[in-house]
Design a protein around this ligand. Structure first.
Ligand SMILES: [Ca+2]
Ligand SMILES: [Ca+2]
Length: 204
């Protein structure tokens, strides 16, 4: 029954993933169309997925920082680190469904921490931290309920930034099964209404 799929207004937490769990992404940003430059930024969009460096050094992205295990010739890394964070959004501002990405770091150290925040309409709906390594590893979130992913590593959470250093590196963002837009729900509701009207007419 289609009506069972409606969860509008119901808060649901996304589930943290640490494996490459999206086999057939609907959208993929591998940064491969970036120019070979260390002064790119602050934002880049590929296949509908936008990445922005926020509150850091806006035009200081090292696009060829790939020795950490990134895929292809290009990736996303604040050249020499910065004090901000990386935001991932969908072009046009829709909500995410399942999303995953390859995470790394510019720090030559073990026992790093990756901090994340999931936001909806600019408000944080979920946040946390996980074990992080310099070499690339998969991180993702399933279940939706957010339209922005904020990421930084090492020294302090995003919500309490005081200028601590961040060296989070990013590549290969996969997005699957986006949540329908509000307009889509409205259309579906209108369609159900028409079906109900027709059913009543047939009964009478
Ligand atoms: Ca790449
Ligand atoms: Ca820098």
């Amino acid at each position: 029954m289609a009506i069972a799929a409606f969860t509008l207004g119901v808060a649901q937490a996304a589930t943290l993933k640490t494996t490459d769990f999206i086999a057939a992404p609907a959208h993929f940003n591998g940064f491969e169309d970036l120019p070979e430059s260390s002064t790119y930024g602050p934002a880049y969009t590929e296949d509908g997925i936008t990445v922005t460096q926020v509150n850091g050094e806006a035009n200081d992205i090292w696009t060829t920082y790939t020795f950490w295990g990134a895929q292809g010739d290009r990736a996303w890394y604040p050249n020499g680190g910065d004090t901000g964070y990386t935001a991932i959004t969908l072009q046009g501002g829709g909500q995410f469904g399942d999303v995953s990405f390859l995470a790394g770091s510019g720090y030559f150290a073990d026992n790093l921490v990756l901090y994340y925040e999931l936001a909806l309409g600019g408000s944080v709906v979920q946040s946390g931290a996980l074990d992080h390594t310099r070499l690339g590893h998969w991180v993702g979130f399933s279940g939706g309920g957010f339209d922005e992913i904020r990421l930084r590593d090492n020294s302090e959470p995003i919500s309490s930034l005081t200028g601590g250093f961040n060296a989070f590196a990013l590549d290969s963002i996969k997005v699957a099964s986006p949540v329908p837009e509000p307009e889509t729900y409205a259309l579906m509701l209108a369609g159900l209404g028409v079906m109900g009207f027709v059913a009543r007419r047939r009964r009478s």
